[in-house]
Every structure is written in structure tokens, then in C-alpha cells.
Write a protein that binds this ligand. Sequence first.
Ligand code: ATP
Length: 439
Amino acid sequence: MESFHEVFELVSEYCKGEISEVAHKVWIKDIEPLKLEGSTAYLGVKTDFKKKILEERYLGLLATAFENVLGFEVKVEIVCQPDLSPAPEPEAPFLSKPSGNGDYEYTFSTFIIGPSNKFAHAASLAVAANPASTYNPLFIYGASGLGKTHLLYAICNEIQKNSPQKKIIYAKGEEFTNELINAIATQTTKEFHDKYRMADVLLVDDIQFIGGKESTQEEFFHTFNTLYQAGKQIVLTSDRPPKEIKTLEDRLRTRFEWGLLADIQPPDFETRIAIIRRKAQLLGSTMPDEVAEYIANRLKNNIRQLEGAVKKIIAYEELAHTPPSILIAQNAIRDILNDNQPIPVTVERIISEVSRTYSVSAQDIRSNKRSAQISSARQIAIYIVREITQMSMSAIGEEFGGRDHSTIVYAIQQVEKNMQHDSVYKETIEDIIKNIRNN
Ligand SMILES: Nc1ncnc2c1ncn2[C@@H]1O[C@H](COP(=O)(O)OP(=O)(O)OP(=O)(O)O)[C@@H](O)[C@H]1O
């Protein structure tokens, strides 16, 4: 029989499907499976409070999960043992420990190399082998779903494997921003500084999201300098190169360009085929050549989509006992393309991005106030709404304080005119549109 730990892993997995991710993380994930004696499972927790909550709310779920996994009825006993197994302090904590996507780990060995990504791959390998001594910072950029996060995690995993004592901190640009805002609100900015500035390796995914946010950029600037001067490695990813993140301050842009910029392009046909085959293999199956070619000819720009198609086809194979065929691939691809329809952008989202960029409140943008700064931000918001939504002029007017059709047309013409004469103005608007679309 498998060890009780393994049994409990399956129990925990079962529970995960039944309750929210947060509840699972808080109440179930950290349970210490102690022993199975007869048909009683003893589960350890660190505090009386946890024991109480588990007993009140989750005993039934745990019992059902055990029964499901083991095939017989199990009585669950929660034991509070604060001293017997104190929570070990991790040696080198990740902020949010990156691993993989559930099917496989994001490591160098699961990354397929082709002409489109070999430069970024080689640079990542070099950084992982010798942090802070080759390329610093390493800045990886490319469109969505092409493997930036995979490479970032691979660097993390490799450094952690070779030097477990190193403190690796991983965050998304958005998380860095939100954490800072929380720290400011709760007056814990010192803890925030300490946390990031103690890193031996700092990896920030989707750094473009700090663009336009003044205090975040300020904070990141100091974090960057502190780490860089102390000889620590920094790795950043973005959907575009630094010079195209128009709302990024120059002092950050130049720093991001100090090290190495490595781009990732969409994979060519051979690489797409290799990826399809490898994904099928990782899922314990094989993809017939004609099906692999069929997929590779239709999904060209996004590896996440290729992977999604392979997963669907193999799930179908397992559930319906039907081998992969072009017909099944056709359905899978149709589903993937439908699933990936962009979420419609709301006026609220546009206004909030404009408000952030020009430091004008969303309320003022929607109002009738006429100061130059507010009017200009409002005109830009109107222009962007017209550019990227299907709304009619009068519906847009409604959103912006009940303005009439001609006022909206006037605002759009003003912006178009300004864009022709002022390249910074134009690029900032393009940047805002990219952020809205990519979020
Ligand atoms: N070269 C590759 N070999 C194997 N798998 C890959 C490769 N590139 C991407 N993938 C897989 O494709 C999926 C999407 O990749 P990833 O999340 O790294 O993309 P991304 O560039 O970070 O996208 P986004 O900007 O949307 O976050 C992942 O599951 C990843 O493992």
C-alpha cells in the first residue's frame, strides 16, 4: 500500500475539487497526515483554531475524500500538535513558489528549443548557471503564450537546485504593484522593502504593468539599484521591449537595457511539431503525424494554444477511448479559438487605465469639469473607447456625463489631431491601449 502521505495527497486533491482554492490553501493543504490506524485517519494541525475549524466545517469532506481514495469508510481525527512538528522555516523562500502548470514542471528540460526562442533560452541558461555574472538584468520579451514565464521558472528551478541557500523572489508586475499599495495603506513599507531587497535573485514577470504607476516605479527603481549594486541577479519579462513601454520612466528603461534583451518569436513549423509531440508525450500519449501537422498548420502564434489542443485531444482519447484524429483535432481547435476570444473591454477598465496614466480621477474623467488636464484625459478616454469597443457615439456620450454626439466626435478629432503632431502623446495612448488589451 502507498504511504499515508501519498494517500493524503490524493485526499487533498479531492478536496481541492470540492471547495474554493483559498479555503483549500488555508485549511487543507498544510495538514500533516500522521497515521492511519485501522480505519481511523489521524491528521495533525498546528493550532487549536485550525483544529476547531476543520472539525466544524471540513470533517465530512475529509471523510468523503478518504472513502473515495481508499474505498472504505474512514473516521477522521484531528490532532493539534504545535510542538511536535513546528513549521520549518524554508531556507530560501520563494514569494510565490513557481513550479509548472500541473502537468509538468517548467524547467529547461521541458522547454523545446527552436530558432524562435534559442537566444532567450541560451541567455536564461547562462544566467541560471552563473547568476549575476553574465547578463544583468536579463530582459525577456515576446507576445503572450510563447514561453517567457516558462523560462523564468526554469531559471528559478535551476538556481534553486544548484544553490538552495539563495533567496529567490518571484513576483508578477501586477503583484508587486498591489503589494506595494497594500504596504503603503497598512504602513508596512519597511517590510516590503526588506522582503524584496534581501533577494539574491529577483524575477519579475510582466514588468510592463508597473508602467505609468508612479510610486511603484519609484519603489522598483530603488529595489533595482539596491540589488544591482549588491551584485544580485535580476530577470524581467514583458510583452514588449523596454523602449516600447511608453509609460515607463526613462531611468527604469535605461536600466532594463543595461544587461541583455532577449526576444521570443512565434515558433516555426518544425518547432510547433516538436512541441506538440513533446506535450503529448508528457501527457503519456503520442500524436499521429497527420494530426500533429494539422494542428501545427492552424495554431501558429501561441504555444499555450498548441498545448491546449493537445490536452483536449488526449483527454478525449482517454475518456471516449477514441484515438486522435483530424476530426477530433478540428473540434479541439475550434474550442480553443472560441475559448480565446478576448474578454470585451469595459468603459470602466479604459477609464481606470487613463486615470492611472494621467493622474486624473475616474470620477473627474466622467464629470463635466473643464480644467485642461481633466479635459485632455477625458478626450483620450473617449478616443480609446471608440477605438476598441463597438459602442455608438451616443452610448459613449452617456458614459461621459451625458455628452451629445457632436461633443464626442469633437473629442475624437482633437485626439487624432494631437496624435499627428505629438509623438509622445501618440505613443502613450498606444501604450494604454496595449495595457488594456493585454490585461
Ligand atoms: N519552447 C517551449 N517548449 C515547451 N513548452 C512551451 C514552450 N514555450 C511555451 N511553452 C508552454 O506554453 C505555455 C505558455 O507559456 P508561458 O506561460 O511561459 O507564456 P508567456 O510568454 O509567459 O505568456 P503570457 O505573456 O501570456 O504570460 C506554458 O504551458 C509553457 O510551458
